[in-house]
Design a protein. Structure first.
Length: 661
């Protein structure tokens, strides 16, 4: 709490930019947000169990709790205590499997819905996850990390009894030794277990060297899963089948490329996702049938996720992103015809408007999904009725004046290519006034923004800014060609797309071109730093968790073996000129824009040393700059509510400092 109060005191001045008489969003409203995720519809299609997410202001964290919604009455109530998540219905719909965390222990539980009886079915030392029911409801498979002892090749003398020595050195010899958000890796791997659904001793079924991956899909007495036996090719996983009785496994796919996310039909046909690896930064993920290895979505030109068979086994539902929006598609197997079932899935990204979403299907093909709206985080909705069955944020947002989100299209100055974007206008927008502009740039770079609720952008609008966000070349949801315009060329012509968007909005007549500001995180941090090295038209910039020097980034990021192989033509020492010409550091001598750096101190994806390089280079040049270090934060800064709030406050405070009258 002390940290939260310090943040509020430090940035209390921000409130002057939000007119309280207009009842706009305030920083503390971050702690009032709620959203639904991981919906699971019961087999009979009558009830939805889901993870209800809320914010705990006293402990500064997100809280999960399993709730249920009665579809007929829309009665929405908590079912289980806090710190429960991942609900999964038994095949007969009479029991609910879930995960719960108490203190430092995470275990699997089963709740009987008729009498409310609850049984802890695991008593394990690690955290079980990716749990799934067998078809007969008698067993549950799950994944769990198993530590592996490491034999040290040196012998140190023992310390004297009672002596207080420093912590022992840490010996590292693995390729991937730390992970953003997960810290330094412990020796070991994810293995498959099975346990009786009534509780008992969990039996380990696998013991291979590397991680096994879910989802775990039952096929009678066998489990279908994903595994990669080659640590030097992290994107070359395959589909395997494991016999539960004798623990023997069989490889079902063998190609060079990732095969994953298996799904099984009522008749036993297996579908899965994958692609032939061409070592590009972005590659379209397609849907295949195991029996024929046939690519069923080769003509879609969109990556898909979460394949789910219909009850009759005649078709497959799936998610895909198209023009910034997440949709549910349906593939009819016999004709390979694809139709769009739902076009407004999303709402799972609270801070910034990333495309996202989830859905679930009952035995009668009733579909429940996370509903996307530009003025609300995710609620739940029914596909056949196209109506929301929850309204989690009406108590907070129904009486607030929010910024209106509008879609725009414009031509890039580089090649006249059409670029999609959105603007968020301040509440009580007056087209006859001139507003300051914030250009907010997404990360990835292989990702997409869309017309989704975003707390950070809404707070910018509440502070009186017009906010522009676009999907420049390299963004997903526009097909393979558009995404790969930045292959071995990022940042490249994205700059032209972004500046064309700014010019387009200025030409609408309501933006003050003397008060332009730019910010973005991760890939957006790269582009923000690149922009201030190319132009001085912005009054100030906030560069969040950027890459400044591609050479050092590839040699310090957690997934360094992936980045150098897929994002670049070779190792940095083999192509130093290529790495440097794409680095914002190469343009630092041009920067005159006041620039703030903002990064988590535990960020292993774009390590804070990248921000430090830019900060120190700007200081050497006497450019007005600052650095904000977020303690204990990884790449996903907004995982702690107070960090999302303080990130917005720092950005608004920096921009206010340089706003011209």
């Amino acid at each position: 709490m002390k940290r939260i109060y310090c943040i509020l005191s430090l940035f209390f001045f921000i409130s002057v930019y939000a007119d309280q008489s207009q009842n706009t969003l305030q920083l503390l409203d971050v702690f009032e947000l709620e959203y639904a995720s991981d919906p699971q519809i019961s087999p009979d299609g009558k009830t939805v169990a889901y993870t209800h997410n809320s914010m705990d202001i006293m402990n500064d964290r997100k809280v999960t709790q399993i709730w249920t919604v009665d579809i007929a009455t829309q009665k929405n109530l908590p079912l289980l205590p806090k710190n429960t998540h991942s609900p999964r219905w038994s095949p007969d719909g009479k029991r609910l499997l879930y995960t719960a965390t108490e203190k430092k222990s995470t275990q699997l539980y089963v709740k009987w819905l008729d009498d409310g009886k609850t049984v802890k079915i695991t008593h394990v030392n690690s955290s079980p996850h990716s749990a799934s029911w067998s078809a007969d409801g008698k067993s549950i498979a799950f994944l769990m990390f198993i530590k592996k002892s490491r034999k040290n090749f040196i012998q140190l003398p023992s310390k004297p009894q009672g002596a207080k020595w420093a912590k022992a050195p840490i010996f590292i010899d693995s390729l991937r030794y730390r992970f953003d958000g997960g810290g330094y890796a412990q020796p070991g791997s994810q293995q498959i277990f099975v346990v009786p659904s009534s509780g008992g001793t969990a039996r380990q079924l696998t013991s291979e060297l590397h991680d096994h991956e879910g989802p775990l899909v039952w096929n009678k007495n066998k489990i279908i899963y994903t595994y990669n036996e080659n640590s030097e090719e992290p994107s070359h996983s395959n589909i395997y089948e494991l016999d539960v009785k004798n623990s023997k496994s069989q490889k079902l796919t063998t190609r060079k490329g990732p095969d994953y996310s298996p799904a099984i039909s009522s008749s036993g046909e297996i579908a899965y996702l994958g692609f032939d690896d061409k070592y590009k930064g972005y590659q379209i993920t397609n849907l295949y049938l195991l029996s024929s290895k046939k690519n069923l979505t080769k003509n879609l030109d969109r990556s898909i996720s979460k394949p789910t068979w219909d009850a009759a086994g005649k078709g497959i539902y799936f998610l895909f992103n198209d023009l910034g929006q997440t949709k549910i598609g349906y593939l009819e197997i016999s004709t390979e015809k694809i139709t769009t079932v739902v076009d407004n899935v999303g709402g799972l990204s609270l801070g910034r408007p990333y495309s996202s979403g989830d859905f679930s299907i009952a035995a009668d093909n009733t579909i429940v999904y996370t509903l996307n709206r530009s003025d609300r985080p995710a609620d739940l909705a029914l596909a056949h009725k196209k109506v929301a069955i929850t309204n989690l944020n009406d108590d907070l947002l129904a009486h607030k004046n929010l910024g209106k989100v509008e879609e725009v299209w414009f031509a890039s100055s580089h090649d006249k290519r059409k670029i999609q974007g959105w603007i968020v206008k301040p509440p009580q927008f007056d087209p006859n006034k001139k507003y300051p502009l914030i250009l907010e740039i997404h990360g990835g770079p292989f990702a997409s923004y869309g017309p989704h609720f975003a707390m950070e952008l809404q707070l910018y609008a509440a502070a009186g800014y017009v906010v522009l966000y676009i999907n420049p070349r390299g963004s997903t949801s526009y097909g393979d060609e558009f995404a790969n315009l930045i292959h071995h060329n990022y940042p490249g012509e994205d700059y032209d797309d972004l500046m064309s968007g700014v010019d387009f909005i200025i030409n609408q007549g309501y933006v003050d071109d003397k008060n332009l500001f730019v910010t973005g995180g991760s890939g957006g941090g790269v582009l923000s730093a690149w922009i201030v090295g190319k132009t001085n038209r912005f009054s100030a910039a906030v560069v969040a968790k950027p890459v400044i020097n591609w050479y050092s980034f590839v040699l310090t990021a957690d997934a360094y073996d992936y980045f150098c192989k897929y994002w670049f033509p070779g190792f940095p020492w083999e192509h130093p000129e290529h790495y440097m010409k794409r680095s914002p550091l190469s343009l630092v001598g041009n920067v005159v824009t006041p620039t703030m750096l903002l990064t988590g101190e535990l960020d292993y994806r774009t390590p804070i040393s990248e921000s430090e390089q830019f900060y120190q280079a700007l200081k050497l040049r006497n450019i007005d700059c600052a650095m904000v270090r977020i303690p204990e934060a990884s790449h996903g800064i907004a995982r702690r509510p107070s960090y999302l709030m303080s990130k917005v406050a720092y950005i608004l405070g920096w921009f206010a400092k340089y706003q011209k009258d």
